[in-house]
Design a protein around this ligand. Structure first.
Ligand code: DP6
Length: 367
């Protein structure tokens, strides 16, 4: 696409338009997800180096409303306005502008209408919850709803197309289109898996993992020094990139029977190895960097000691940030809450934590 960014995108300064030229309105609630097998490294048009497997969450979600208006079709530029929590946000606006431009061939109608997008998250920004996964999947779902209303021919079924469009905005967002457990990226063992979009894991998940809980322990809400996107690109020239690919595939192959059998001990080994490997890859990049802090490491220590002393089923994972996701089966909730009060709260920044767990996936709120 040779056209310059400014010429083909126009971001309106007006307040949300209440005029009657509104053609379409839709609202989606889409949740975030937590990866157990981490997507880390990509090439080409958001093609992952390795498959990733995640659990879609319940309480951490974005609600995004898309309003579509008439516009002068002769001007084929993409016109939109984006409000986050009711306010303009230049950084998000530019990301959406670049995204819409990048999917113009997939959604040829983008130049024919004017779009107003309003987005809100149920969780605080920089809380360790991946807001790009929830917000970008909510945007993709809304665009697919509009495409459907126009009778546009979809290259695959609607949720696959929404996952494909989500992936092009943010890789992890591709997995949020589905409830429960999803895989994005080709894994030979799962025939239907593909790099193009995510799918639900095509087998019955053990009840212990169907209702898995995720307690997010916030150790810092300071914005990250290195974004996930930069982290992915650093993997292209990483000395361990080949080894990492094999490790992720090996972990994914091992996780599949574990999710079916309910073997929490093996689950904990895989999840923790993935989390620590992700951060080890950051440390061993050129130049190396780290996103964890002292509290992150202390919490990890506490979790492992508590597991050893009590035999209670819990483990941790980390995203590309310093906050710890404590994972445990629902049946352990009472014990985990006591552990939180007694040992972990003091290690959280301002005593902040979020209570989340397995969710059923996106829902359409207005159609
Ligand atoms: C560590 O999906 O945020 O959370 O595709 O550049 O938007 P982009 O990256 P993003 O990366 C997520 C990385 C991760 C692991 C994961 O969710 O699989």
């Amino acid at each position: 696409m040779a056209r310059s960014f400014n010429k083909s995108i126009s971001m309106s300064n007006q307040q949300i338009n209440k005029s009657t030229d509104k053609l379409f309105r839709v609202k989606w609630r889409s949740p975030s997800n937590i990866a157990i097998i981490k997507y880390w490294g990509k090439h080409g048009r958001q093609i992952p180096v390795n498959p990733s497997i995640s659990l879609t969450l319940k309480k951490s979600f974005t609600e995004l409303e898309l309003n579509v208006f008439e516009k002068n079709k002769a001007k084929n530029e993409i016109e939109f306005q984006f409000l986050f929590n009711g306010l303009r946000n230049e950084k998000f606006e530019q990301r959406i502008a670049a995204y819409l431009l990048s999917v113009k061939e997939d959604l040829p109608f983008l130049g024919d209408f004017r779009f107003e997008i309003q987005s809100e998250n149920s969780f605080p920004h920089s809380s360790g919850i991946a807001s790009s996964a929830s917000s970008m999947s909510a945007l993709a779902l809304s665009l697919v709803s509009f495409a459907e209303s126009l009778g546009m021919h979809m290259p695959s079924n609607e949720s696959q197309f929404a996952s494909y469009l989500s992936r092009l905005a943010s890789g992890s967002a591709s997995r949020s289109v589905f409830g429960g457990w999803s895989i994005w990226g080709k894994l030979k063992q799962i025939e239907e898996s593909t790099d193009e979009y995510a799918i639900n894991l095509p087998f019955a998940i053990h009840p212990c993992f169907q209702t898995l809980q995720d307690l997010v322990l916030i150790t810092s809400s300071t914005p990250k020094k290195v974004s996930s996107s930069e982290g992915h690109y650093k993997m292209n020239s990483h000395s361990f990139s080949e080894a990492r690919k094999f490790q992720a595939i090996d972990h994914a192959n091992k996780l599949i029977p574990v999710l079916q059998d309910g073997d929490f001990e093996s689950f904990a080994q895989i999840a923790e190895s993935e989390a620590l490997s992700l951060h080890a890859l950051m440390l061993s990049s050129e130049p190396g960097y780290f996103l964890v802090n002292g509290r992150t490491l202390q919490i990890i220590d506490e979790i492992r000691n508590f597991r050893e002393e009590t035999g209670i089923r819990l483990c941790f994972t980390l995203d590309a940030g310093p906050n710890v996701h404590l994972l445990y089966p629902l049946e352990e909730k009472e014990q985990i809450m006591l552990f939180l009060q007694e040992e972990l709260l003091g290690l959280c920044e301002g005593g902040r934590w979020l209570d989340d767990g397995a969710g059923d996936g996106p829902i359409q709120l207005i159609d």
